[in-house]
Design a protein around this ligand. Structure first.
Ligand code: 6PG
Length: 240
């Protein structure tokens, strides 16, 4: 694995713009190589600004959306129109504004039985990627060090065979669907976006120490052949 790179921007909006520029370059490289681009979206609130940027006049026409295939790094076990749904957030902020074929959007079916939804998405990822991975996986980080829905001391951290897993999260008392670390690590590029002072202490621990992955799951994210980029604002980088 190549060394992670860290990029600090002054504000969350500047982080979103930096990420949008990097995604544009990754898209251009993928289209030049194979005329297709696969992107896994993260959930939570941080990426909303990025999704809005990609759907804005500044970026929307930088992509031929018929060649872009959208996946999800994780999903809550709720219907797709639920306010907690990562798909719902991405749809509102970006997907509904894009000239993208609906068939190019591969939703995790949070509304169905978690084990069935995970198995179905695992099979989809196997069909789409074989032994490979996404061109780009977007991730965030919770202040407990979780990423996607890989939470501390949960079963999915130990999943080495499958590409997607159903994961019960005791602290939330809920099931989640998540890409597994081994699949995420097969991406050509992983971009972790983190903003806000609340993440500064955890980020320092992740970047400067080598915490136990069971305690701090984001340390499992180490792309095998691809690159890992941390896109931070000054607050999260502890530079305020
Ligand atoms: C989710 C996300 C999750 C998120 C972190 C950070 O489904 O919630 O995939 O991993 O990236 O919790 O969330 P914020 O961006 O809201 O801080």
């Amino acid at each position: 694995m190549s060394q992670p790179s860290i990029h600090v921007s002054p504000t969350p909006a500047a982080v979103a713009d930096d990420a949008a520029q990097r995604l544009t370059r990754a898209y251009e490289e993928s289209i030049a190589a194979k005329n297709r681009f696969s992107l896994a979206l993260s959930g939570g609130s941080t990426p909303r600004l990025l999704y809005q940027a990609l759907a804005s006049p500044q970026y929307i026409n930088r992509f031929d959306w018929t060649k872009v295939h959208i996946f999800f790094s994780d999903e809550r076990c709720v219907p797709p129109d639920h306010t907690d749904s990562n798909y719902h957030m991405a749809r509102q902020a970006m997907l509904q504004h894009l000239p993208i074929p609906l068939d190019n959007i591969y939703r995790m079916h949070g509304e169905t039985d978690p084990q069935t939804a995970a198995r179905d998405y695992d099979q989809l990822l196997q069909q789409e990627f074989g032994d490979g991975g996404c061109d780009v996986v977007l991730l965030g980080m919770g202040d407990d060090g979780h990423t996607a829905s890989l939470f501390p001391h949960t079963q999915a951290l130990n999943e080495l065979q499958h590409r997607c897993a159903a994961n019960f999260v005791p602290k939330l008392n809920t099931w989640r669907l998540t890409m597994t670390a081994p699949f995420i690590n097969r991406a050509w590029q992983v971009m972790i976006l983190a903003t806000g002072a609340a993440k500064a202490d955890r980020l320092r621990q992740v970047l400067e120490e080598n915490p136990d992955p069971q305690e701090v799951p984001i340390t499992l994210i180490r792309p095998e052949l691809g690159r890992l980029e941390w896109l931070l604002d000054v607050a999260a980088a502890g530079m305020e």
